[in-house]
Design a protein around this ligand. Structure first.
Ligand SMILES: NC(=O)c1ccc[n+]([C@@H]2O[C@H](COP(=O)([O-])OP(=O)(O)OC[C@H]3O[C@@H](n4cnc5c(N)ncnc54)[C@H](OP(=O)(O)O)[C@@H]3O)[C@@H](O)[C@H]2O)c1
Length: 250
């Protein structure tokens, strides 16, 4: 069974590990190419965009893909929309693997906002020490608030994405530990954390550490993903779905 996994997430990598040992599955995992040195995976990979809906539909036909798993990040809205459209056009079954959003719990001091621009405004006029963990590509809007001191953590170098006077840039990649997150925030005397509501365990420790330290967290809500697509929350459930479909394939 030819399977396309749209990846770039922990869940996609977990599904790749489940698929790796199975000779009756022939999976390929696709990444956008945003990370220059992605972690090695145990199944074949391809890197780079498909060329929109048309390009993806063509790829599905040419590669005789029989099922697509959209395991992209909750904030990768364009790719998910394209996948829904291309799979419909090419009549290929599609399953979305989506980790649940984080929910505010006792002790959290969340400020929930709908966009990065709103997150910038929520920081206010008074200079603050901000732990900005939204990813390299989401940094530019924060240049509109140059009064703050930003501790920015990204996988790739930030280059000139945040042209403000005070930036401390660190490069690191999830998973992170709660004790280390807390130590980092204390050492850098962080006043406020800014994050996407990514969900999942790998980057949750910053939320737990902020709760522990009594710090406010500005949480950017997820963009809309296409409706009408069957959805599961774990790599195991996606694997079960594939097995069931495979059983039905003549
Ligand atoms: N956005 C985030 O916060 C975030 C965080 C962690 C990981 N990621 C991962 O990084 C990648 C890009 O995210 P994004 O937010 O930039 O996506 P996006 O805005 O939804 O997609 C923009 C374009 O990038 C290409 N693309 C995206 N995901 C792809 C994939 N898995 N394989 C091949 N092409 C892909 C597609 O180009 P074409 O139209 O040419 O096909 C798509 O139209 C995704 O794989 C996502 O899972 C994103």
């Amino acid at each position: 069974m030819r399977i396309l996994v749209l990846g770039g997430t922990t869940e996609a990598s977990a599904l790749a590990a489940l698929l790796a040992g199975r000779s009756d599955f022939s999976p390929v995992l696709s990444m956008a190419g945003r990370t220059s040195d992605p972690r090695p995976l145990p199944i074949p990979t391809r890197i780079g965009g498909f060329g929109g809906v048309e390009g993806l539909a063509l790829y599905l036909r040419e590669e005789r893909i029989e099922a697509v798993i959209d395991a992209t990040h909750p904030f990768a809205a364009v790719m998910s929309r394209n996948a829904a459209q291309a799979c419909a056009n090419a009549s290929v079954p599609l399953l979305a693997l989506r980790r649940p959003a984080w929910r505010q719990q006792e002790g959290d001091r969340w400020i929930e906002v709908a966009s990065m621009e709103e997150a910038v405004r929520a920081l206010g006029d008074t200079p603050r020490r901000v732990f900005l963990t939204v990813g390299r590509l989401e940094l530019p809007p924060f240049a509109a608030a140059p009064q703050h001191i930003y501790l920015v953590r990204t996988i790739e170098p930030i280059g000139d994405a945040l042209p403000v006077p005070n930036v401390i840039a660190i490069r690191d990649r999830a998973p992170f530990g709660e004790a280390a997150e807390r130590a980092l925030m204390e050492r850098e005397r962080i006043d406020v954390v800014v994050t996407k509501n990514s969900g999942g365990a790998a980057t949750y420790p910053k939320i737990a550490a902020a709760r522990d330290l009594g710090l406010p967290v500005i949480v950017v809500a997820r963009p809309k993903k296409p409706s009408g697509v069957e959805e599961v929350a774990t790599a195991e459930a996606a694997f079960d779905w594939l097995e069931r479909r495979h059983g039905r394939t003549p």
